[in-house]
Design a protein around this ligand. Structure first.
Ligand SMILES: [Zn+2]
Length: 855
């Protein structure tokens, strides 16, 4: 748990506790795999999925009581009795058990097949969220931690324990525990309200059951297998819901503009009234809380914990420097006893005067603007204009061909359709043909094989594991060199009623040290909604689904490979504007020839993707770059606007930015921000992080992997690479055994539903990381920046051998979890400060001394 911090943006966080659940196995013991700590390792999976709705309620109460008891003990200590063991360690230990048990209680709301259990789990989440707020506001506990810091000799704690201590104090201050009691009370009440509002905002969206009935003619352009998968109304019309597997294919493929218009409008009107009201309240309460804490805006409050540090830096990044004084903690905030040193500030390549050495951008580094990423926005704009012109041309031609009226503009419901047409016509990528080469079983085998090889791991299917649904598979993960277990992961890949509707990675059991000093293995779940198999055909994935798969699995690996000591720093508990970087980097593998060949095979003929199609696919990565990234900028700016200007009207702000930046008007009457789950899902004021972290992901990929090899071993076609000997038996259908390799050659139609895989309500990116406190467990400014590196022997300098690059990545980027600042990890992996060149080049933009490339 976040002892002293549970802000509203963390409402998705899984936590759990030390309630003695029945039938728990005693820990097995294996040799430790953290050489520094050299502790034994507990390979126990403490998770369980057999609780009834009633048990969930009972155990929630029990968990709260047990955890509160520990806080009471810590808070009641006499100051002279305060010690590391009685305070820090006690809090860290209860956090480990609380986190696991909280997840057992609140994860089922997303995945359980039983509605009763989902409801009980949501209720548990609400109760636990309120409890989290209570515990985060414990001034008695905070005072003892502050006392400890003042009393304890500086060098007596291990670096990570010192970081933990500093973080607790930082989070305590961010909750106002240093402020008068009356203010604290106000903050606490706001936090509780925020927490419930966030849960309701996303629950409203998840439970939306709107559908629109259409005739087959009205759905012209959609493939037969899609149409056949739709339910029918009483008058034989086809039901189109607003869930992703319906919405995205329809917007991309339906050639009837009026149908697209109706669906786009309905999609962006989901929960309009109720969520609009919630959003206004959220934004106002966040601003109020931040103001009480001495911050000018909520964005500044949030960003203090990120790499960006302030809204001004983000504004510069997005190409719109604010004419505002530097923000952040005000005098009142800074006037407190100094508990942490100056922040480690990474040299941001786009901040004037902070260009990293070696940057070849050649762009001005002085004055207010332009900065390199101003340049991005500026350069993307003409690119977007060119793309719009192409789209308009295509639209005109199509209107003539189909006898439709040409209105001379691109509407919101035209965007995806014509972006897809660009791919089909300009890049000649036929997505329907392509997906025949991506049967789920082949993709999974290839993907798992690549990850195993890259990171030096082996995966084993646990055939008799207890899971929450028959579709779910559990794998154990070993370090290939030592054979030691490092964790487990669940794959829950197919949609079903009531299931979480996006693609996400859930951290379920943090990899960290337990009370007895043994290492607890990390366990995570990848939850997605890929095309389901049918009796006639396996699940066939669109290429963007393969990309989503690779991305989400990257988060899973981050969870499993981290070797932090404290749960607070485990896995993906890094700065929120860095957390996507490791996964985004791994997306590059689905745009490289060799990995693509390993993950594909025609589901009937067993043949490889033809060279020509492969080349076209790789080239198509550049398709729509301008519009795609401009849309990301729009979303990031809406988010920033709402959290820097309290009076901003969400729908108006969105509409005006769409027109100004994207050149495409929002559909009148819609309210896209009311459907923008990120605003209530831990990304408030942090949506920019997707673009921000891409700078680092591209730098890491091009500087190391592209140079040293994307795969550690060469693969001859027709052979099974070592890493691909996955001991898995993937079933291709819920509840039935996998058909085995022969099924891939069986004739049969593509029975699967068309499905757009995307984790975001608007398909602008891959996923929401449904785990971890957004800023709370991460990004704390630290004293001495890189000075503490000397005390971190487990971070090793990168080695230059191509065979080692994957291991370097595991060691420098994944292994520390949040126990290091992202800037330190990056510098170590890259061997220098990051630069933005690779990012700019990947967008097709020129930098001095470099050439645009399709990466
Ligand atoms: Zn992600």
């Amino acid at each position: 748990m976040r002892q002293l911090e549970q802000s509203e943006e963390e409402q998705i966080e899984r936590g759990a506790a030390s309630a003695p659940l029945p039938a728990m196995k005693p820990p097995a013991v294996c040799a430790g795999d953290n050489p520094e700590v050299a502790t034994p390792c507990s390979v126990v999976n403490y998770l369980r999925w057999d609780l009834s709705a009633q048990q969930i309620g009972e155990l929630t109460t029990q968990l709260i009581e047990q955890t509160k008891r520990v806080y009471d003990q810590v808070g009641a200590q006499k100051f002279e009795d305060v010690s590391y063991e009685s305070t820090l360690k006690a809090l860290a230990d209860v956090e480990v058990s609380y986190t696991v048990q909280r997840n057992i209680l609140d994860f089922p709301q997303h995945v359980s097949p039983s509605k009763d259990i989902r409801t009980a789990s949501t209720e548990a989440d609400k109760k636990l969220s309120e409890f989290d707020v209570e515990m985060s506001m414990r001034q008695d506990v905070y005072q003892r931690v502050v006392w400890l810091q003042e009393k304890i000799p500086k060098d007596s704690l291990r670096p990570e324990a010192m970081r933990y201590l500093e973080r607790l104090i930082k989070l305590g201050r961010r909750n106002g525990l240093h402020l008068p009691e009356e203010t604290q009370e106000k903050i606490k009440n706001i936090k509780k309200k925020l927490s419930l509002l966030c849960i309701d905002f996303n629950k409203n969206l998840n439970e939306d059951t709107t559908f629109l009935p259409f005739t087959r003619e009205e759905l012209g352009g959609l493939p037969e297998d899609f149409l056949n998968s739709l339910e029918k109304t009483e008058d034989e019309k086809l039901k189109v819901t607003l869930k992703y597997p319906h919405y995205f294919p329809l917007l991309k493929k339906c050639h009837v503009p009026e149908t697209r218009r109706k669906v786009e409008e309905a999609f962006n009107c989901r929960c309009k009234e109720e969520n609009c009201a919630i959003l206004r309240e959220l934004v106002a309460l966040r601003a109020q809380k931040s103001s009480l804490l001495g911050f000018r805006t909520h964005a500044d409050y949030v960003l203090e914990m990120n790499m960006a540090k302030s809204s001004q830096v983000v504004a510069t990044f997005l190409g719109n420097p604010l004419a505002l004084p530097p923000s952040g903690p005000t005098e009142r905030h800074l006037g407190l006893p100094k508990v942490v040193g100056p922040a480690h500030v990474l040299a941001h390549p786009w901040i004037p005067g902070q260009e990293a050495k070696g940057s070849s951008s050649g762009l001005s580094g002085s004055g207010p603007a332009p900065t390199p990423l101003d340049e991005l926005a500026k350069k993307l704009k003409p690119l977007g204009e060119q793309e719009r012109a192409v789209i308009l041309e295509l639209k005109k031609a199509e209107c003539e061909q189909r006898g439709l009226t040409f209105d001379g503009q691109i509407n919101a419901w035209d965007m995806r359709y014509y972006m897809n047409r660009v791919e089909e016509t300009r890049y000649s990528v036929d997505q329907n043909l392509l997906k025949e080469y991506f049967p789920m079983e082949v993709v999974t085998r290839g993907l798992l094989g690549i990850y195993q090889e890259l990171l030096g791991l082996t995966f084993d299917l646990e055939p008799d594991a207890t899971v929450w649904h028959e579709d779910v598979r559990l794998y154990s993960v070993h370090d290939a060199a030592s054979g030691k277990v490092i964790g487990k992961f669940y794959l829950d890949l197919y949609p079903r009623e009531g299931k979480y509707g996006h693609a996400a990675c859930f951290g379920l059991q943090p990899g960290c040290l337990r009370q007895d000093g043994s290492r607890q293995i990390a366990i995570a779940a990848m939850v997605a909604n890929f095309t389901k198999p049918t009796p006639d055909a396996p699940s066939l994935l669109q290429h963007d689904e393969v990309e989503t798969y690779f991305h989400e699995f990257g988060h899973v690996m981050h969870q499993l490979c981290s070797q932090a000591e404290f749960a607070m720093f485990s896995g993906t508990h890094v700065e929120r504007d860095f957390v996507e970087a490791p996964s985004q980097m791994l997306e590059n593998w689905v745009w490289e020839k060799e990995p693509l060949l390993r993950m594909s095979q025609h589901y009937r003929t067993g043949t490889a993707i033809p060279q020509e199609l492969l080349d076209k696919l790789i080239k198509s990565r550049q398709a729509n770059t301008g519009l795609f990234n401009l849309r990301q900028i729009v979303l990031a700016k809406v988010d920033q606007a709402l959290h820097t200007q309290t009076m901003a009207d969400p729908a108006e702000e969105y509409a005006s930015l769409c027109q100004e930046i994207l050149g495409v008007p929002a559909t009148p009457g819609t309210n896209m921000p009311a459907t923008f789950g990120h605003l209530a899902g831990g990304y408030d004021a942090q949506y920019y992080g997707y673009l921000w972290s891409e700078v680092y992901s591209m730098d890491m990929f091009h500087t190391r992997f592209k140079q040293e090899g994307v795969l550690s071993g060469k693969v001859r076609r027709g052979t099974v690479p070592a890493g691909e000997r996955v001991r898995d038996v993937l079933t291709l259908g819920p509840g039935r055994p996998g058909p085995g390799p022969h099924a891939l050659h069986c004739p049969g139609g593509v029975g699967a539903k068309a499905l757009a895989a995307c984790g975001c309500t608007h398909c602008a990116h891959r996923c929401r990381l449904a785990q971890g406190p957004s800023g709370a467990g991460s990004g704390q400014p630290r004293g001495g920046s890189g000075a503490h590196l000397g005390g971190r022997p487990r971070l090793t300098q990168p080695r230059s051998s191509p065979r080692q690059v994957g291991m370097d990545y595991r060691s420098c980027i994944l292994r520390p979890g949040g126990s290091e600042d992202a800037g330190v990890m990056l510098k170590l992996f890259l061997g220098r400060d990051p630069t933005q060149d690779a990012f700019l080049l990947s967008k097709g933009l020129r930098v001095e001394g470099g050439e645009a490339q399709a990466c």
